[in-house]
Design a protein around this ligand. Sequence first.
Ligand code: KIV
Length: 263
Amino acid sequence: MKTVTLSTLQAYKRAGETFSCLTAYDATFARVANEAGIEVLLVGDSLGMVLQGHPSTLPVTLDDIVYHTRCVARTKGASLLMVDLPFMSNTTMERLLDDAGALMRAGAELVKVEGEAWMADGIRELTRRGVPVCAHLGLTPQTVYQLGGYKVQGREAERAEQILNDARTLVEAGASVILLECVPASLGRAISQAVSVPVIGIGAGADVDGQILVMHDILGITHGRVPRFVKNFMAEADDIQGAFKAFHEEVKTRRFPAEEHTF
Ligand code: KIV
């Protein structure tokens, strides 16, 4: 694989070619994911749930994320490394910039922030300083208690319009990528068409520019209720390498997500 950069993702979007993204939290799985061809690796704060056993992502600290980013950065190869800013990294502008700086020093190449239009100032300041940003919209797990659970967002016209406007605002502020979680496929398509930057979806339908899943979910070891957008790629694979490759190939050929995985 040639080194994946933001320009690569932009070129995919222009060419109508999709790309695969997967969470990774350690050196071994990062290496396997890279060898499977996965273009973007995410050190997600989902590590709080899948590695640490918490019921949400909120307890994850900056130090936790920095530690896992360093592990993944050593073996990620040519894949692009996206990293989550943890809960409450946005309490002040100074903290936002310092925390993002720590992630970049640990090896991040793209920093993901949750937040709606109000994050525009933060995104503007980060991008001015050379920190590329992915803005995470729709179901934002760091606000799960405010949202009243892990629920599909944007089913109602008003909320859908708000998410679409937030995406436009954050791209104008400098976001290089949008990540959309758990929204109807029609909204995923509308946002992907409305913004010039690549849109990565998780439960956002087939008509976005890239697809991401949590590694544990594609290996069929999800704890508790399995979300509709998840597919167990281990079910038909001989080994973990095979499951990662099948995920990558089904994304690239647009066989995943199927209708049954979308809202
Ligand atoms: O933390 C994470 O793994 C994420 C994905 C759900 C996109 O943000």
